[in-house]
Ligand binder design. Sequence first.
Ligand code: SF4
Ligand code: SF4
Length: 468
Amino acid sequence: MAFLKESEHSFRDDLSNIDEKGKRKWIFPTKPKGKFTRARYWLSYFYFALFFGLPFLRIHGKPVLLFNIPEGKFIIFGAIFWPQDFFIFGLIMVAAILAIALFTMAYGRIFCGWICPQTIFLESLFRRIEYLIDGDAARQRWLRKQAWTPKKAGKRILKHSLFLLISLLIANTFLAYIIGTAALFELMTEPIAQHLGGFMAILVFTGVFYGVFAFLRELVCTNICPYGRLQSVLLDKDSIVVAYDYKRGEPKAKFRKVQGDAGDCIDCDQCVKVCPTGIDIRNGTQLECVNCTACIDACDAMMKNINRPLGLIRYDSENNIAEGKKSTFSPKLKAYTAALLAIIMGIAVLLFNSENVDGSIIRSAGMLYQERGTDSISNLYNIKFINKTFDQFDLTLQLEDRQGTIAMVGKQEITMKPESQGASNFFIVLPRSALQNRKEKLKVGVYQNGKLVLYLKTTFLGPMPQRS
Ligand code: SF4
Ligand code: SF4
């Protein structure tokens, strides 16, 4: 791309947020305005309500989401997952990584701009508080250079107190997802000495969130986040990205009315000024771009002012722009989207089809078989169950698909307390005539209130069958 040559040296060799001496250059993005910014603010209100509200929502008296890592118990939309279910999590992790890779190949960094909590909290909450207290970019720059005055100190104290308070709120909510709201309430109301671990966790989380949103900011996206680093291998020329239409925009000229052959870009630099990572999107797709769309809004406003079509910067693929094509849902994009939907459905099936009861049967160690009268043989078994629900119920066993009976040792039913494990012993008794081999495979049905909830498989040992 010929137009890039001139600027290639500067944008490839320098980082937008580091000066010549290698020191952090603070970025003061101009407050964005426009339809994309408005849409993201509205979406962020929904996310905030979800994030701060979900720990308080209950299904059958239990949290909708709980990731209790210390106790190895997870609740996702009311379904409990125990350490025994971790293979499901393993599969979900693999599927999720695949889904993220496919999503990025197709839609670039849309996740960063529209879903990632880092962008949502920073751009829709912390940055807006900053604009409110310190003013827009020029005012912030000016304030930073000023000597300390009571007014500046007051603004700084107010801003950072609010940042700390919100970070504390986020930290508490975050912890509520791990230990639950009841435990969090205890932690907040009881003496610190009784909850030293929890108290330390809140301090650490608060410090991390405050550090990230007040100081680290775009460095998280440009230097720390592994997903951001993966972009260079995941994106291709068909991926949808925030892109500058250089075919339409070049050659850029400040006085396009005078220069009749100039492109639509009037080199106003508004797209650079609003960029929270400080880059110039006209240099092409860059790792630093978090797809926040601020430059789209800024450029659309300029296009409106000079009476040119909107979308000089827009969501599009590099190939579409190079070929001057209208944005299309290409076959490649369709294939990626179909694969992505299949993976998401697979994850949903795994999550919502997990059994409420899980169990295993093993034949009692050290015992072969017992003769029962002249015509029957029995084996002794141990059975273990996990009740993954919050309800108490009884389980009964039944031998499936063959002649024979099950004789429980003790009570006929196995009573399962909520979120607990249960065990029992039982005999399977088979008539000699039903034994074809020394070792037979059997299927035991587990019934809850007369309804089959689980099949368990086991083996039955008998004497060598008499061959006639
Ligand atoms: S280039 Fe545009 S979309 Fe990318 S981070 Fe900067 S302002 Fe946001
Ligand atoms: S905002 Fe649009 S017109 Fe202004 S410099 Fe950026 S691309 Fe060019």
